[in-house]
Design a protein around this ligand. Structure first.
Ligand SMILES: Cc1cc2nc3c(=O)[nH]c(=O)nc-3n(C[C@H](O)[C@H](O)[C@H](O)COP(=O)(O)OP(=O)(O)OC[C@H]3O[C@@H](n4cnc5c(N)ncnc54)[C@H](O)[C@@H]3O)c2cc1C
Length: 466
């Protein structure tokens, strides 16, 4: 049977693209090499990490925060297999949800590894060893990304792990070294630190959370240090001696200098992710890659071959599930002859730690670099009533607005629930709103979101509660 659209990969990019295309009347099939649908995000990424972050956060609260609120409970005991089971139930629930969506939208699921033979032709190596040729008008590559590796460091997923292994450790490591102070490293570091690990983060750059607002990152580092995280910034891992009962990690200054050895039970390598195009046959099909191995696309997601498109982690842009989803929707709409579009200036980013960090739009560093005149309004949670009564006052909101037009260019939040709070800023920015619009929007009291309104008021130097 010939399809209108065949999508290779069922991560958030692929499965969302499939649903939207089916809604628009296309006959769609998805090809997935893994036994389960949902890609990195649902199986070994966003979802399992959030389940463990949630469970470990409550464990930590039961241990340290309940008593001061008058909730007296015995010291909590960790049942790690049960926590892992909680995580697995969450994964299963979400994966089944995607299976349901495929059925509901009459999307065929072909389990196997897809290879593009050329425009309109995908060959699938099925699990039972047979191959199936699938013919289609359009192809979308949504094959996502894989872990980035460090030269000379072999990941065994037991003692030297990637994020995948770090989501399934059999016991809490006494000492955990994390290589890379990005989002994934700090989230998984938080999980194991809350459960009792001594965590040291080694980062090549002289700051954590590269790419996020510098002031927010500095405050975040201070808070994590107060929690017990240790940071070795401007440092690089050069090797790991695995011969002993514990690992001996060799670390030296990024700029060169004396080497030191750090002991660890587990080393997590979290230095980023790389686009995944293995075995796709792109070269033979004429689909070009850029200098970083990403599939080259034009502004309409079209690759260098007509009728073949690409979306998500396998193309340029932030490696985020919601970016992949929005590209999936836009790409399906474009294939259907509609005006699909993604606004890359308004893609929120969240670090799901305690406190959370969230951001949308430009950082102060980016505005300075671009020579944009801007005003900044800040409001700390120490001055927000709801945060005060709940005694969750760490962090602040920062609103950056164009100095001439007052248009909001960026919003950055560090604090509990920051990940949920960022979206009012995203909506405002999507509509080209000004700090004045945000400041004059009535916010329910008492909420932490009032701090956003106050930060917007602070842009005009008229915050009320400060
Ligand atoms: C630990 C961790 C935590 C994360 N947390 C977050 C988060 O909180 N929020 C967020 O936004 N993002 C998060 N991410 C990133 C997020 O998972 C990715 O951005 C997202 O999954 C990208 O979606 P995608 O559809 O492009 O690709 P993927 O989700 O990687 O899916 C690609 C799919 O394609 C399949 N595939 C590949 N090649 C073939 C082939 N030849 N044939 C058939 N199938 C193939 C793969 O098996 C896979 O299922 C996290 C990532 C990790 C690792």
């Amino acid at each position: 049977m010939a399809y209108d659209l065949v999508i290779i990969g069922t991560g958030p990019g692929g499965y969302v693209c499939a649903v939207r295309a089916a809604q628009l009347g296309m006959k769609v099939a998805v090809v997935e090499k893994n036994p389960t649908l949902g890609g990195t995000c649902l199986n070994i990424g966003c979802m399992p990490s959030k389940a463990l972050l949630h469970a470990s956060e409550l464990f930590e609260q039961a241990e340290h925060s309940f008593a001061k609120m008058g909730v007296s409970v015995p010291a909590p005991k960790l049942d790690l297999p049960a926590m892992m089971n909680f995580k697995q139930q969450g994964i299963d629930g979400n994966v089944k949800g995607v299976e349901f969506l495929m059925k509901k939208n009459k999307i065929d699921v072909i389990h196997g590894r897809g290879k593009i033979l050329g425009a309109g032709k995908v060959e699938v190596a099925l699990a039972d060893g047979r191959t199936q040729l699938v013919e289609t008008k359009h192809i979308v590559i949504a094959t996502g990304s894989d872990i980035a590796r460090l030269k000379g460091i072999e990941i065994d997923e037991k003692r030297i792990v990637s994020s995948t292994g770090a989501l399934s450790l059999a016991k809490v490591p006494a000492k955990l070294i994390i290589v890379g102070a990005g989002v994934i490293g700090l989230e998984l570091g938080s999980v194991w630190h809350r459960l009792g690990a001594d965590v040291t983060v080694v980062e090549f750059l002289d700051r954590i959370l590269p790419g996020m607002d510098g002031e927010i990152a500095r405050q975040f580092q201070r808070i994590l240090e107060k929690q017990g995280f240790k940071f070795k910034l401007g440092a690089k891992l050069t090797g790991i001696d695995t011969s002993g009962p514990t690992l001996a990690a060799k670390v030296e200054p990024a700029a060169g200098g004396a080497q030191e050895t750090l002991e660890a039970d587990v080393v997590l390598v979290a230095i980023g992710r790389v686009p995944y195009t293995e075995g796709l046959g792109l070269k033979q099909a004429g689909v070009a890659l850029d200098n970083r191995g990403r599939v080259k696309i034009d502004p309409h997601f079209s690759t260098t071959v007509k009728g073949i498109y690409a979306i998500g982690d396998v193309v340029a842009g932030p490696m985020l599930a919601h970016k992949a989803e929005d590209e999936g929707v836009a790409c399906a709409e474009i294939i259907a002859g509609k005006a699909g579009h993604v606004n890359y200036d308004v893609i929120p980013g969240v670090v799901y730690t305690t406190p959370e960090v969230s951001s949308v739009g430009k950082t102060e560093e980016e505005l300075k670099e671009g020579g944009t005149a801007y005003t900044s309004g800040k409001f700390p949670f120490t001055a927000n009533g709801r945060s005060k009564v709940n005694q969750t006052t760490d962090g602040f909101v920062k609103v950056l607005a164009d100095a001439k037009t007052d248009r909001v260019l960026g919003v950055h939040i560090i604090g509990i629930e920051a990940g949920e709070m960022i979206h009012e800023a995203a909506v405002l920015m999507e509509f080209g709103g000004a700090a004045e619009d945000l400041a004059r929007t009535c916010h329910a009291h008492p909420t932490r979101s009032e701090a956003i309104k106050e930060a917007a008021l602070a842009v005009g130097k008229r915050a009320i509660h400060m």
